[in-house]
Design a protein around this ligand. Structure first.
Ligand code: MN
Ligand code: MN
Length: 318
């Protein structure tokens, strides 16, 4: 399909828009596209504050500020890529399994057309449904997981499906390849002092925030590359990876996190990986201030797009 370029803010003010990401064209199908952005506004998998159902709306609203050139990555995301915003998947508030079906079907409609899904959450429970669709297409993926929590619990409140359990279920369902997966940034007080060790017992590599600090930036980037290799990879970014000073609008904040700049730098420096899907989750506009959390999320999505654009520019295909 033909995709129209968004209006430039040099001729059309940013606040004049239809509420799509970066004022992109709304698309109904992924046919012929490189990427599709879609929202999964489900938040009743969350254990503390709810409200990330408004995350996609908040991220899209402030994304009107984004411009297409990534100076650091030396790429124009809109010149090099064809894509658009599909709107939101039709989730059912309070009912996780029908919501999972809607999200899985929506993501499947994107990956089946060989486009890369970029999903705006929603709480982190949604990622299980995305992984079901992505793994059906690509096989078990390498999970590249930025978060202050491992989300590997077996049960929360005695329940198996919520935002504390998605990656335990994904492992059980064979959706992720633990030997090539990595979890980065975990921190905060815990009920089970062995929670981080549990990741290793499940075959995952978990690097808590204090170890990221101790090993340093370059060593972390090298470790991610060594771990993931060329395995098809899914990047999931829980905004609570970032310190609440930079990202207050989230459901289960943990202090002692990373800055906005560091977060963008982590993403920029893993651009060589073979990414087949992305999401950014747990943005709660009601707890945000000055839209800084939503704006960071929009910028993270811009870095995801830049990774795809660099690959397309260099290799002619994603
Ligand atoms: Mn999470
Ligand atoms: Mn988290």
């Amino acid at each position: 399909m033909d995709v129209k370029q968004p209006a430039s803010a040099l001729s059309s003010p940013r606040f004049c828009n239809m509420g799509t990401f970066m004022r992109m064209q709304r698309v109904d199908s992924a046919d012929g596209l490189d990427f599709v952005i879609a929202g999964a506004p489900f938040d009743t998998g969350s254990s503390f504050r709810s409200g990330s159902r408004f995350g996609p709306h908040g991220i899209r609203s402030i994304s009107a500020m984004m411009k297409p050139n990534n100076v650091i990555m030396q790429v124009n995301v809109l010149d090099n890529l064809k894509g658009g915003d599909m709107g939101d998947f039709n989730v059912t508030p309070g009912y996780i399994h029908p919501s999972y079906d809607a999200i899985e079907a929506g993501v499947a409609s994107i990956v089946e057309k060989n486009a890369v899904p970029i999903i705006l959450g929603g709480d982190h429970a949604i990622t299980l449904a995305e992984l079901r669709a992505v793994a059906k297409k690509h096989g078990p993926v390498a999970l590249v997981h930025f978060d202050s929590h491992s989300d590997l619990c077996d049960e929360v409140f005695g329940q198996r499906y919520n935002h504390g359990t998605p990656f335990r279920r994904a492992l059980e369902e064979g959706l992720i390849d633990p030997a090539h997966s990595i979890q980065i940034g975990m921190r905060g007080s815990l009920y089970d002092p062995n929670e981080h060790k549990m990741a290793a017992d499940l075959g995952m590599l978990l690097i808590p925030a204090h170890k990221v600090r101790a090993m340093g930036f370059d060593a972390l980037i090298k470790t991610i590359h060594e771990r993931v290799g060329n395995t098809p990879a899914f990047l999931t970014f829980d905004i609570d990876f970032v310190d609440p000073a930079y990202a207050p609008g989230t459901g289960t904040p943990e202090v002692g996190g990373f800055t906005s700049y560091e977060s963008l730098e982590f993403i920029r420096n893993i651009k060589e990986l073979n990414f087949v899907g992305f999401d950014v989750v747990e943005v709660l506009p009601a707890y945000d201030h000055g839209e800084i959390t939503a704006y960071l999320a929009a910028n993270l999505v811009f870095e995801f797009l830049s990774i795809l654009a660099v690959k397309k520019k260099e290799k002619g295909a994603i």
